[in-house]
Design a protein around this ligand. Structure first.
Ligand code: DP6
Length: 322
């Protein structure tokens, strides 16, 4: 079935997301299927803007932050095969935050592509099917096709669904930048290494459903303390499997650990805040909006912290087309 080409150009803005319960590991089958469920929040102000059009040439023209991207090319080829599309694509994609440093640029990036291709090619896919398409590019991208609190449950063709919209539980997020350099080991490679060499990987997967249930209950009850406990536990458990791979992957820097200690000290003294960390040295600190100034001021004093970005839970995609 060949699709009509209704639009000449589509621009999509999508937000990065941060998982509170992490996707880490893949099923042994095609299609980039997650081995674990995940639960994330969209980060309103950390955005990818991607413009898509048809290319006049017989190869894709891709610019990610001004550079070619074989990963995007591969994804576009998959889409051409799946939807029987003849022309190649022109893609220009930029992030308003550092790319490839553990701030989920692949999540917002592939979500923008999936949403944009749906629009450009007039595919009329449901949001859940767009989420499945985004997942083929990057597992965490399945979640960035929505804003707010979003979950993915593993299945034959895993997709994300929204758990809660952002305005149902307003929370602030302080993104703590401890390293501006791209990470040395990408998450795809690191999770593969965890699955094959970490002695803790099997237990990571085995205990994951219980973490998801606890986090979902905490969200349903708007129980910040409970969400803090389970999110930090799940984050540290994932990093346990990452550090115990062979060869090991050490994402943390001294400032990463200092931020964790500061957050725990603040919480013990009565300021509600918790941390989470993806595949990199950056830390994201979640707290009620009323505490965000106190928390951010305290974190900015830590040696080794390069910068902080304040944002809120949100991240609904935005689309415009010509
Ligand atoms: C630690 O989505 O980057 O951020 O599917 O191989 O692209 P690929 O992996 P990716 O992994 C995300 C890992 C994580 C946890 C999470 O976002 O759930």
């Amino acid at each position: 079935m060949s699709k009509t080409q209704g639009k000449t150009s589509v621009t999509v803005s999508t937000a990065a997301n941060i998982a509170l319960i992490k996707y880490w590991g893949k099923l042994e089958r095609d299609g980039n299927q997650p081995a674990t469920a995940s639960l994330s929040i969209g980060l309103e102000d950390l955005r990818t803007t991607t413009t898509l059009a048809f290319s006049n040439s017989d190869s894709h023209e891709v610019e990610l932050e001004g550079q070619p991207s074989s990963r995007i090319n591969h994804f576009l080829d998959q889409v051409r095969v799946e939807f029987e599309i003849k022309p190649c694509f022109k893609v220009v994609s930029n992030n308003n935050f550092p790319t490839g440093t553990g701030l989920a640029s692949s999540a917002s990036g592939f979500a923008a592509l999936a949403l944009g291709l749906n629009e450009l090619l007039d595919l009329r896919l449901s949001r859940q099917v767009i989420s499945q398409l985004a997942r083929k590019g990057s597992g965490s991208a399945a979640r960035s096709v929505y804003g707010g609190f979003v979950e993915v449950i593993p299945s034959d063709d895993a997709m994300a669904v929204r758990v809660l919209s952002a305005d149902e539980w307003p929370l602030s997020v302080i993104v703590v930048i401890n390293n501006q350099q791209p990470k040395e080991v990408g998450s795809t490679e690191a999770m593969q290494r965890s699955a094959t060499t970490s002695p803790y990987y099997r237990d990571w997967v085995k205990t994951h459903t219980a973490d998801m249930e606890e986090a979902k209950l905490a969200i349903a009850d708007r129980d910040f303390e409970k969400l803090a406990d389970i999110s930090e536990h799940n984050c540290l458990k994932m990093h346990g499997t990452i550090m115990t791979t062979r060869p090991p992957v050490l994402y943390w820097l001294p400032a990463t650990i200092a931020v964790m200690h500061t957050v725990q000290t603040l919480r013990a003294a009565g300021t509600p805040a918790f941390f989470t960390i993806d595949a990199g040295a950056q830390v994201k600190v979640i707290c009620p909006p009323a505490c965000a100034d106190t928390v951010e001021d305290r974190i900015r004093e830590i040696e080794g912290v390069l910068n902080t970005i304040r944002t809120e839970v949100g991240g609904e995609p935005r689309l415009s087309s010509e």
